[in-house]
Structure formats: structure tokens, C-alpha cells
Design a protein around this ligand. Sequence first.
Ligand code: KIV
Ligand code: ZN
Length: 367
Amino acid sequence: MSQNNVIIFDTTLRDGEQSPGASMTRDEKLRIARQLEKMRVDVIEAGFAIASQGDFEAVKAIADTIKDSTVCSLSRALDADIDRAGEALANANSGRIHTFIATSPIHMKYKLQMQPDQVVENAVRAVKRARSLVADVEFSLEDASRSELDFMCRIIEAVIDAGAGTINIPDTVGYAVPQEFGHTISQLLNRIPNADKAIFSVHCHNDLGLAVANSLSAVAAGARQVECTVNGLGERAGNASLEEIVMALRTRKDVMGLETRIDTTQIVPASRLVSSITGFPVQPNKAIVGANAFAHESGIHQDGVLKHRETYEIMTAESVGWNTNRMVLGKLSGRNAFRTRMEELGTTFSSDAELNDAFARFKRFGR
Ligand code: KIV
Ligand code: ZN
């Protein structure tokens, strides 16, 4: 895989399902997984195998079916979790165990009630156990953005030595800001002696609306996997949105110099499928997949787009799977858009006066 490729790890079926009210059945998850595979997502996090019998069955069904994407199960750094994940992934063409433990002082003290040394010991044991079941192991430092840099360096060096091929740096609580988060990634890459033996990944939550910006800052600093979800679904305010990450990298390749394997024309079908299955509507002004993302109503914009699309569009609607851009006729619309739509509907005007008269009547209705 080229140095310029960013691995897209989709966690709609795991972190996305952690949105209150977004739970999905095994068959619904399988339908989404098929669409993610069609979209050429690199890694599908199918669930948390030990969480419930339903989760186990969903991860297993996806691992048994999906051939072109890696299928992953989450597990805490506990033997039983790791074994259950391994069991669910047994038939996967390409399976990954994703194990995690919290590394911030606040989580270690109050949640885990463990000393830092014990956390390192548990992490190393978990990675070794996962590696005894699958070749592809990811390790996450939960609450990394509130963890101490020296401690992160220490635990990451140890888990890479133990066999983790991907190191994920989550902004679990959506606390990071872009410049700081990118700097953390650079420091980790520069300071950890065996950092070149693993791919660094990020997983950002959107509590301050910065999940996509933080992820992009991290890839600019050298991260080469981004964890994200369709429509930005996820715990609390959600995760970094897959469609925004992918289209930002594609549209601003001139600045970022990076690419993904995603078939972007499958983005809107994936968005619609996730929305219809979870019952979570997509806001109309949502970037890329919102109903208004490629709609123009003001006369100045409509006129510009009709003359030359790129005046007001930085990517095409078709490139992300919409049929076309949309001219919405309303009180702000202009004569050019009105005439174009009337012509599409089969009405042509024999003179400018006739067009002006019809346009004036239309504007009276548009108020
Ligand atoms: O937000 C988070 O820290 C997570 C980890 C389990 C990766 O979802
Ligand atoms: Zn998360």
C-alpha cells in the first residue's frame, strides 16, 4: 500500500450503534456491511463480539460473508473478550481484533482503578493473546487525547513489540483541537523508536464539532488510518464523518497529497441506507449527503452554476452518488434557472418579453 494511502476504517456498526436509539439487527448490519464493502471501505468494525449474543452473531455473519474488506471486532484488554472476538472472526477472509484500554490519568484512576504499570502489562498481554488468534491486531489507547505523552510513548512501544500492527489514538471525549492533535501524532511518530513498525490511526469524536478537522490534522502529521462513520453517527455527538473525510482528502488532494480507495459514488447510497435502517434522519445542510448539499436557490448562484458549474461547486453531485445537482425554484431564484427548468419541462419562450412576463408571475407565487 502506498505511503499516500489513508486506510478508511468504518465503525458505523460498532461506535455508530452506540448512539442511543441506533441499534440494528444482525440482518440490518449485514446489509450495511455489504454496502460498505461495495464502497471499498478497507476495514469494517462489525461490532463488539462479547457485548451480547446478538453482537456476536452480527460480527460472525459479517466475517463469514464479507470478502473484500477486513472485518474487525472490538474487545477490551481481557482474555474473554479477545477469545470471543477471535471466535466470531474465525471464518473471516481477513480478520482483525481491535483491543483497547484507557491510558489517561482520570480513566486509570477512577474507571480502571489500576496503576499505569498494570495498564501496560494488561495491554501487552491482550495484544499477545489477540496475535495468537489473528495476524492483524489493532491497539487503542482510550482517552488518548487526555493521556500523558510519555506514558503513551511507553505503552505504544510495548504493544508494537508485542505484535500490534495498528496503533489507534482516540479523542474519546472530543476534547482535542486540530493543531494540538496533529502535534501529538507528530511527537508520537518521532519519539517512539519502533513507530515505523505500525500504522498510526485516529478515532475522533465530535463533541466540539472538530472530529473531521482533528482527523485531517492527524493525517497531515502522518497518521494513515482514519476511523469514521457514515453520516457521522456515533456515541454522543458522533464520530468523524466518513463522507467528509473522504471527500476532503479527494477534493483537496492538491494540499494534502493523500488518497483513499473509496468508490465515492457509493457514498449517498450508504448514507441513505444507514439513515433508513437507524431511523436517524440526515440534516438537509449536512456536508456531502444532506439534501441541500448540491442545491442552489439564489438567483446569483443559479446563474453562475448554469454558466459554469465550478463557480459554486467544488465537487460534483454525481461524484458522491447523487443523480445531479438541484436548482430549487423559490423567491430568490433568477431568470436563467427559471427558463432552464421551464425548458426541461418542455416550455420554451418565443421572446424575452414572454419569458419576463412568466418570470414575474412565478415570482409573485414564490413569496
Ligand atoms: O472512542 C473511543 O475511545 C473508542 C475506542 C474503543 C476506540 O471508541
Ligand atoms: Zn469511539
